[in-house]
Ligand binder design. Structure first.
Ligand SMILES: NC(=O)c1ccc[n+]([C@@H]2O[C@H](COP(=O)([O-])OP(=O)(O)OC[C@H]3O[C@@H](n4cnc5c(N)ncnc54)[C@H](OP(=O)(O)O)[C@@H]3O)[C@@H](O)[C@H]2O)c1
Length: 294
């Protein structure tokens, strides 16, 4: 039995689909308020709970052989502490008690760079270390930005031609196909080369951020109108928000880290990944065409 947390998220949903396509038994951890009917229809066992409650985590781990931790928070610092850090530590402890054979943790590219501004990056790094010291077999995947997150911007572009790019347009990035990442996640427990490894996961190309509207332009055959406010404007708005909502300001710290820094994998890292998982990583253009072309 596989336990998947974040089963209703962009990645988790794909992981559950893939496991069910392979007729593997899956327990999908979801909140009562989430949209989980599709997962149920695919034959996943639904485990209702909240990752902020330890007893829900313990119950979810009962009888499980593999854990895929694919949940995440995007809001306040407190939530990152609860959801990205504490819930994962409790998952690891419960997995150990339950005799889990392999634990896959979805971290983030750059988790080891010590970004003080981002509670999420800090939590990811601490969980990585905790998992490495747990005695469990593990794979830690450090993905770059997900291609699926760009689909709303691509749809907007298709309608308007407008692309919003905050900050330096030359910053390098390597957007990963969320479907490739799901496959790598699902295959991690069974690939020798992934055992007890930390693996960066990105797309096959190192892009500059202003390549993204160019890709959309090719896919949708329309001229891009790139709106490019400076990072200083974002900082000003963030400081303004902080005057009346310190928590919101804190949560925007992760977004600032993402906007201000480079997140890409080297060609050697991608080659290594492709050889471990026998996969050819998809480009952003291929991903967008597959979802939105025609
Ligand atoms: N998106 C990216 O570009 C990116 C890049 C690098 C790494 N990552 C990491 O990859 C993982 C997956 O990201 P994603 O974009 O697929 O996530 P997502 O779409 O934001 O989904 C987050 C998932 O976590 C669940 N969740 C949050 N708090 C919970 C709680 N208290 N109890 C139970 N479930 C809870 C959500 O459930 P609900 O449906 O109930 O909200 C949802 O299923 C995360 O660990 C993220 O940090 C993401």
């Amino acid at each position: 039995m596989y336990l998947v947390t974040g089963a209703t998220g962009g990645l988790g949903r794909r992981v559950v689909r893939l496991l069910r396509d392979r007729e593997q038994p899956v327990r999908a951890f979801t909140r009562l308020t989430s949209n989980y009917s599709e997962l149920e229809q695919r034959g996943a066992q639904i485990c209702i709970g909240d990752l902020r409650r330890e007893k829900d985590i313990r119950r979810a781990c009962h009888g499980v052989r593999y854990v895929i931790s694919a949940h995440g928070s995007s809001d306040s610092g407190e939530t990152a502490q609860e959801t990205d850090y504490r819930a994962n530590v409790e998952l690891i402890d419960s997995a150990k008690e339950a005799g889990v054979l392999h634990f896959v943790f979805i971290s983030v590219l750059g988790a080891d760079r010590g970004y003080e501004e981002s509670p999420v990056f800090k939590a990811k790094r601490e969980v990585e270390k905790y998992l490495q010291g747990s005695g469990l077999n593990y794979t830690i995947l450090r993905p770059s930005g997900f291609a699926s997150n760009l689909l709303p911007a691509a749809r907007r572009f298709r309608q308007t031609g407008i692309y919003l790019l905050i900050g330096d347009s030359k910053t390098r990035t390597s957007i990963v196909s969320t479907d490739d990442l799901a496959q790598i996640t699902v295959d991690s427990p069974t690939r020798e080369g992934a055992r007890n490894q930390i693996l960066p996961v990105g797309g096959p190309e190192v892009l500059r951020r202003d390549d993204i509207p160019k890709i959309f332009s090719r896919v949708f055959d329309r001229e891009p109108i790139t709106v490019n406010p400076p990072l200083a404007l974002f900082d000003g708005v963030r400081t303004g928000i902080g005057l009346f909502d310190a928590q919101a300001q804190n949560s925007l710290g992760t977004l600032r880290v993402l906007l201000a820094n480079e997140f890409f994998c080297t060609p050697a890292e991608i080659e290594h990944l492709e050889s471990i998982f026998e996969i050819k990583m998809e480009t952003l253009e291929q991903f967008v065409r597959r979802y939105l072309d025609g």
